[in-house]
Design a protein around this ligand. Structure first.
Ligand code: AMP
Length: 465
């Protein structure tokens, strides 16, 4: 088996690896580091969780250990699709470069240009950026890319999903032809293939097993969920979510809950909080400082439940997530693999539970086809619910929102427990509704929350009105 000490890494980098507690290189590291140190381009086909960040960070630091950066001219460039991922890569650099005198800058949206410019002005060895923010700096004339010796594109397939490929091509064109390139993608879509053929020169191709096959430590389950009332489908689903969290009890130390739509991320987080759960949302419409704070509190164990969209959570490295709950079956089957890969990391046990509506069964079939196994079904934790007639007028929201688009304002939780059917954990609240007061507290059963006021009036009051 390969050892880190066999890989020809800089001795100061090796020392930092030992301190990080790594004993042996992961397959992507063993495959990518030697050609990278020889100065070759590397095409890594690997997903997050495989140790791919270190597979490019470690050789980069070794290559950059000697030499100095000039003002505004970074010596290396790492492009990441999201701010969180960029911040995570920056943390990796800090860990492995602690015994080297290298400088780095992180160029991500939501942070002031001035602050970032001041750092670039001093000269940085490593520049970690999201493509849009990097080009903003370039266009302001504050950044020169002609001294870039090593360029990394991380999570290229997600860059493609997010429409960043033209930016990436442009950035490639701004860097010297002689640069060394490390390019990582979980899949090789034709567009990605085209980019690598254009910008990489005779790369060493290193492919590691799909995470779906590697994550044997993750117990996977599906709850088939059929709403009782169509107009309450979403709130019933949130009730299932709460029941699932409750049924896992203390085993669920922390969880990431994935929703397909940003509006649902907000609604779920608000709803969970309302029911007394320790939850917060993370998605692309939240401002950067809020996202960073939320993520930090989740990482350090202060926050138990992180409700997330795919893009915001992509590549997040939170080593000890006990559970992943898919509030929705993801539309792209690969996202299922990414999502459940947040748990069961580094050989730990993990549990992934997916809630599936009848209308999501097709998506579930696609997931099962991709991972080549059937996900065991478990019972809906809520069994004893009275059936109710669906309302004709209600229309389920089927719109899938893309990250980056504006959220519609339907972000108000609508799952107030119906009074007569309470069997859940909502703290009891006194109603201030006029109709309740007028009816002297007598409840009219069977009208949901939308009882017309006139029904609550006494016969005399109605006549007088
Ligand atoms: P990544 O795929 O880069 O997101 O890494 C996933 C996790 O594996 C991170 O928490 C790394 O710190 C960890 N890791 C990376 N390389 C190794 C290694 N050789 N041994 C043990 N853990 C590692």
């Amino acid at each position: 088996m390969t050892k880190f000490s066999d890989l020809n890494l800089n001795s100061k980098v090796l020392k930092a690896i030992v301190e990080a507690g790594y004993e042996t290189p992961t397959p992507i590291q063993a495959g990518a580091i030697p050609p990278a140190l020889e100065g070759r381009d590397v095409l890594g086909i690997a997903q997050t969780g495989t140790g791919k960040t270190a597979s490019f960070t470690l050789p980069m630091l070794s290559l950059l250990a000697r030499g100095r950066a000039r003002a505004r001219m970074p010596r290396s460039l790492v492009l990441c699709p999201t701010r969180e991922l960029a911040a995570q890569v920056a943390e990796n650099f800090d860990t492995y470069s602690k015994y080297l005198k290298l400088t780095k800058a992180l160029l991500i949206g939501g942070v002031s240009f001035k602050e970032q410019e001041a750092i670039i002005d001093k000269g940085v060895d490593v520049l970690i950026a999201t493509p849009g923010r990097l080009l903003d700096h370039f266009e302001r004339g504050k950044l020169i890319l002609s001294d870039v010796k090593v360029m990394v594109v991380d999570e290229a397939d997600r860059m493609l999903d997010m429409g960043f490929i033209p930016d990436i091509e442009r950035i490639f064109g701004l860097t010297p032809f002689t640069r060394q390139t490390f390019f990582f993608s979980a899949t090789m879509a034709p567009e990605i293939e085209r980019i690598t053929n254009t910008f990489l020169s005779a790369p060493e191709r290193v492919e590691v097993a799909r995470q779906a096959t590697a994550s044997e430590t993750i117990e996977q389950n599906v709850v088939m969920f059929k709403y009782k009332r169509r107009d309450r489908a979403d709130s019933e689903k949130r009730k299932v979510l709460r029941a699932l969290i409750d049924s896992e009890g203390d085993k669920c130390t922390n969880a990431i809950i994935f929703c397909n739509r940003k509006t649902d991320v907000d609604i779920c987080a608000k709803s969970l909080k309302k029911y007394g759960y320790d939850a917060a949302a993370i998605h692309g419409d939240l401002d950067q400082s809020q996202r960073t704070r939320t993520l930090e509190s989740f990482r350090n164990g202060e926050l138990r439940l992180l409700v997330a969209s795919d893009v915001a959570a992509r590549g997040l490295d939170v080593p000890s997530v006990s559970h992943v709950i898919n509030f929705d079956v993801p539309g792209h089957p690969e996202d299922y693999v990414h999502r459940i890969g947040r748990t069961g990391r580094a050989g730990r046990e993990g549990k992934a539970i997916t809630i599936c509506n009848p209308r999501d069964e097709k998506a579930l079939n696609a997931v099962e086809a991709l991972i080549q196994k059937e996900i065991p079904r478990i019972d809906n934790p809520i069994k004893s619910e009275e059936p109710a007639k669906p309302r004709k007028s209600a229309k389920p929201n089927t719109e899938v929102e893309a990250e980056g688009a504006k959220s519609p304002k339907a972000s108000k939780p609508d799952d107030k427990p119906v009074k007569h059917a309470r069997s859940d954990d909502k703290p009891a609240k006194r109603s201030n509704r006029k109709s309740d007061k007028q009816s002297g507290g007598n409840q009219v059963v069977g009208m949901g929350d939308h009882m017309p006021q006139f029904i609550a009036l006494s016969f005399d009051e109605r006549r007088a009105g």
